[in-house]
Design a protein around this ligand. Structure first.
Ligand code: SAM
Length: 240
């Protein structure tokens, strides 16, 4: 059996070599959502796919009585994040290597599980939603951020390509409605989205260039694409 499924090899290669500069979601948005979800001060919180660790570290500082755990595919990210925690004197956090696709959690452990810009790498996201549901305590929350496909299916081929170019080796994109259906099927309730228009012109230059190349490749007019470029932070609750 391979060490990991084939689609993960390029993801591991990319996040083993990257400079770790980019934080994909504003940590303040994540903390605000945790508070809206009434995640208590002593919470145990898991960040799956923590990347450069900035979000998990900000959560740990916002929850000084909490216990924060980070799990990511690459050793580079673990070292990067552990060094930051040591340098900043953040003691209520641990980072480890782990693969969300192989993760088999104990039941009822976490008050919150966060996955920021990670779902797009997961081959079977519905199975992962079910595992997160199991891992949560009653009343606990899942938070995940991801770009959405627009409702208009005619634009899906463009967006699948554009998003994969912008976030290399990503492939799993859905409409917001489809994510809601997956959450509902897994047993979650009180599902809502902090929706965000992903303004192409406000993105870093390399992203803009790749996005424009995708519009050209698909013959999609830029203004149409721009108007449909939405993502968001979806959160939902495991019933009490
Ligand atoms: C786009 S980055 C997002 C990083 C961070 N969450 C943020 O928002 O800044 C995706 C991260 O997910 C990790 N990742 C991808 N697939 C994973 C998996 N199956 N298990 C754990 N981590 C994974 C990658 O290694 C990478 O660090």
């Amino acid at each position: 059996m391979p060490a990991q499924p084939d689609h993960q090899a390029p993801v591991i290669a990319f996040y083993s070599a990257w400079d770790g500069q980019r934080t994909y979601v504003n940590p303040r948005t994540v903390i605000k959502t945790l508070r809206q979800r009434r995640i208590p001060p002593q919470a145990r919180i898991l960040d799956i796919g923590f990347g450069n660790g900035e979000i998990a570290l900000a959560v740990a500082q916002a929850y000084p009585q909490g216990r924060i755990e980070g799990m990511d595919l690459t050793e580079r990210n673990v070292k990067l994040a552990q060094n930051k925690a040591a340098q900043r004197g953040v003691g209520n956090i641990t980072f480890r290597m782990g693969n969300a696709e192989r993760w088999r959690p104990a039941a009822g452990v976490y008050h919150a599980v966060i996955l920021m810009q990670v779902m797009q790498f997961i081959a079977e996201p519905d199975a992962l939603l079910q595992r997160v549901f199991r891992a949560l305590r009653p009343g606990g929350a899942i938070l995940f951020a991801t770009p959405f496909l627009p409702p208009d299916a005619a634009l899906h081929a463009f967006f699948l390509d554009a998003y994969a170019r912008v976030i290399p080796n990503s492939f799993q994109y859905r409409t917001e409605d489809a994510w809601y259906a997956g959450l509902f099927d897994a047993g979650f309730e009180r599902i809502y989205t902090a929706k965000a228009h992903w303004e192409p012109a406000a993105q870093p230059p390399d992203w803009q260039a790749r996005y424009r190349r995708a519009t050209a490749a698909h013959g999609v007019d830029y203004e149409t694409a721009r108007r449909h470029t939405w993502g968001g932070l979806i959160s939902a609750r495991k019933p009490e």
